[in-house]
Write a protein of this length. Structure first.
Length: 473
């Protein structure tokens, strides 16, 4: 396969590795520019069931700009309430969706949707679908000052100006980038003292989809703080129950496999939790026994120090992988895709002679630095959230109760649209009926007002982090 273009007026060509949330969102964003792209995906073209996702205002706004939002709204289920429970069935706090200020302000509800349905919508509505190639597992990338060539396991290759790793937490593009950095640019890496950040997985995750369960009503989200574990249970359209359980690897005294989709094996893993409450009158055993599909995976966490180099760049889980507790992974993957598209769109204007590696490298560095600022704080909050929710420490148990007082404010702040929330710059912002006009003003307003308003949460989270360190978690 020879897909590279030549000629003095050729279009800038981006090779996207991975056709999931990040990769397909980037493809959509580039579709409305004069940038050429090719998407290479290892899977066949069917989208597996996976998990349920919560689409938050930051992701919803990008989907809206891309013309995908109405389909997501039609096929998903709006969140009605969010309840947090202790494992013995006591309620810590219930927050109605209307109490969450950011949702009213932006008029984007939290939408519960299966990952398969969301990916189906994003793919089906992509105009340049012929640029997406399935069954192309990328295994090698060769970069030069002139171009980059990406090789797939089926024997094909494609050349372009830039390769984007949207290939998830075990990113081949990231590995290949570091391979180049180490071999080609040894002196400069040594001077910057950077290397690939290893993945950590302090938690294992079991997630699944169950048939409707009495007591788990559509649109209700339930979160349980357990002793060494936590759950999130969301009931979507057709009363399908999307569930997820994070289990701390230390302290459970249990050795568990790293990955499995064998229900008998998973039954052994969750056996100690079957009698625990996920609401006042529903126990986890009921949810697990109704499972149509379930899987055990490591819950990796990593925030990469370097996201781009020469003709390589990473977005989504490839560079910022969080546990699902904040429900931000996919939403932030969309944000990273949109913001990268903004920078590439400006870069590719003008003549082909400007597509130099140096200019590209500095454009990507500017993008990376600006994007990292927002992602670092979300990553930090996500790290804290999973450790507090599944804690075995009495100090953090006290903090759980304290934080319970701020649930509505916390969810509101974390799901709000601010000046740092990415959007597609070259597409108009859709007018949301009944949305406050504040978002635009707030986006353009002085940053210190925003920082002042988020101070209580920042202070609380900093305190929590201090405690986490003190107790050695
Ligand atoms: C249980 C669970 C619940 C979650 N809930 C939420 C939620 O409510 N809200 C939210 O925002 N996020 C949620 N997330 C996180 C979210 O799913 C991820 O952050 C998101 O999918 C990241 O998207 P991505 O495109 O970066 O990577 P991925 O979705 O991992 O996609 C990577 C793609 O690259 C392909 N690929 C990999 N290697 C290669 C290769 N060598 N060559 C070609 N293709 C390759 C893969 O096949 C895949 O299609 C959840 C995650 C889990 C596990």
């Amino acid at each position: 396969m020879a897909m590279s273009k030549t000629g003095s007026q050729r279009l800038f060509h981006v090779i996207i590795v991975g056709a999931s949330i990040a990769g397909l969102t980037l493809a959509h964003c580039l579709s409305s520019t004069s940038i050429d792209f090719t998407v290479l995906e290892a899977r066949s073209d069917s989208f597996s069931d996976g998990a349920g996702l919560a689409i938050l205002p930051n992701g919803a706004r990008i989907l809206d700009q891309l013309g995908l939002y109405q389909d997501v709204l039609d096929q998903g289920q709006c969140m009605v309430s969010h309840s947090t429970w202790f494992e013995d069935g006591r309620l810590l706090r219930r927050v109605g969706a209307r109490q969450i200020r950011s949702l009213g302000r932006t008029n984007y509800p939290v939408i519960i949707i299966s990952r398969r349905v969301l990916l189906g919508i994003i793919y089906a509505r992509l105009q340049r679908r012929t640029c997406v190639f399935f069954n192309r597992r990328v295994y090698r990338i060769v970069s030069s000052p002139q171009d980059v060539t990406v090789y797939s396991a089926d024997g094909s290759s494609v050349s372009g100006d830039l390769v984007v790793g949207a290939d998830g937490v075990y990113s081949t593009v990231r590995t290949q980038m570091w391979h180049h950095i180490k071999n080609v640019d040894d002196a400069s890496t040594r001077s910057h003292r950077l290397s690939e950040v290893p993945l950590t997985d302090a938690f294992a995750g079991v997630f699944g989809i169950s048939q409707s369960i009495p007591g788990l009503e559509r649109g209700n989200v339930h979160r349980t703080y357990g002793h060494g574990w936590s759950t999130i249970i969301m009931t979507g359209a057709d009363s399908k129950v999307f569930w997820f359980i994070a289990i701390a690897r230390t302290g459970t005294g249990q050795s568990m496999p790293r990955r499995s989709s064998d229900k008998a094996c998973l039954a052994g893993v969750v056996e100690p939790l079957l009698e625990k409450h996920v609401t006042f009158n529903v126990k986890f055993g009921e949810v697990f026994n109704h499972a149509e599909s379930c899987i055990l995976v490591p819950l990796e966490e990593s925030f990469q120090t370097r996201w781009s180099w020469n003709r390589f760049v990473g977005i989504g889980d490839a560079v910022h992988k969080m546990t699902p507790n904040l429900a931000e992974g996919a939403n932030c993957a969309m944000e990273s895709a949109a913001s990268l598209a903004n920078h590439l769109s400006s870069f590719s204007r003008g003549s082909t002679s400007l597509y130099t590696q140096e200019r590209l490298g500095s454009t990507l560095k500017i993008w990376e630095d600006s994007r990292k600022r927002r992602m670092k704080s979300l990553f930090f909050v996500s790290q804290c959230a999973v450790r507090i929710e599944a804690t075995t420490s009495w100090v953090l148990r006290l903090l759980q109760k304290f934080l319970g007082l701020f649930h509505a404010m916390g969810i509101g702040l974390l799901t709000d649209i601010t000046s740092r929330t990415a959007r597609v710059d070259h597409l108009p912002l859709p007018l949301r009926k009944d949305a406050e006009r504040v978002p635009r003003n707030k986006e353009q307003g002085p940053e210190w007002i925003l920082q002042l308003s988020t101070f209580p949460l920042t202070a609380t989270v900093s305190l929590i982090f201090y405690v986490l360190h003190a107790v050695g978690m």
